[in-house]
Design a protein around this ligand. Sequence first.
Ligand code: PHE
Length: 361
Amino acid sequence: MTDVTENLPALKDEALNAIAEASDLSALDAVRVAELGKKGRISGLMKTLGKMSPEERQEMGPRLNGLRNEVAAAIDARKAALETAALNAKLESERVDLTLPPRPEPVGALHPVMQVFEEIAAIFGEMGFAVAEGPDIEDDFHNFTALNFPEGHPAREDHDTFFMHPDENGVRKVLRTHTSPVQIRTMMSEKPPIRVIIPGRVYRKDWDATHTPMFHQVEGLVIDKTTHMGHLKQCLTDFLAAFFEVETAETRFRPHFFPFTEPSAEMDVRCDRSGDTIKVGEGDSWLEILGSGMVHPNVLRNVGLDPDEYQGFAFGMGVDRLAMLKYGMPDLRPYFEADVDWISHYGFKPWLLPSLSGGLS
Ligand code: PHE
């Protein structure tokens, strides 16, 4: 007992010195454990209180408590000081000189597919189309059934669909095989007149120079009471001339089949293939560019619209291929290889948003 009493001032000095000398947070924590931890020196002294006589305890209790509180307060204060010093050092090392001029070299570029999305949105925006979007993971209803794909119909397999694992009810979702399911979503959430384009990623099991398992489409949908096939043709012909930045584009329809349009047609654009690159708007060759048609009456019924009252057209085009054509890129695979040299060669300045008045590309 007398030992302890005599040693207390020395013990306190020792502890406070160790705290003052701790040069970082982990050294400080080592001091805390050595003094105040479960097996620490001061904690050990506190435990002796239990064995003391009441008189001794009355004297020693406050002294030991005082010691413990003083040491704990010193640790807290040192901790705060060390944390402030660490933060200041970090701020100092990450200091940014805002007076430096910007880097002269370009930093990053817009991917051609994103550029073409912007160009398409600018052109259709001028024609009064809004942009709609939907999820990449779709259900069977939106991707197939509501679009008039009959149950078990081979057209379902045509799309080389990626299926998700079945859920607890055995239902499999799909990675959407086209942007057409967003036609359904739009018609179920908006009232006609509807005039939208739908840019997005789509997925099919395919992989070669002109096919990748993920690619991009832009869908178009117009629903009102009077729009007909002639509007479809002129709308897309005007679009193609604007997109390829030529005076006029000549197009032709070829009969085709899609479950969700009737009649259906693929559209070709006149082009010249005699040189190294394909030139749109001249020449004596044709290039298939998109699928289209009048929205099928069954599709209108499936979304609760009366086909005797409403009608309209839809189209869908592959954006990656449009980008290849417009910007002379021969192979699709580098699109997805994240090659810095490729993107700095084919990429676009991100701050130059395309517009019909300011120029598309
Ligand atoms: N969804 C079709 C496809 O991916 C394209 C299309 C869209 C055709 C709209 C007609 C109407 O092939």
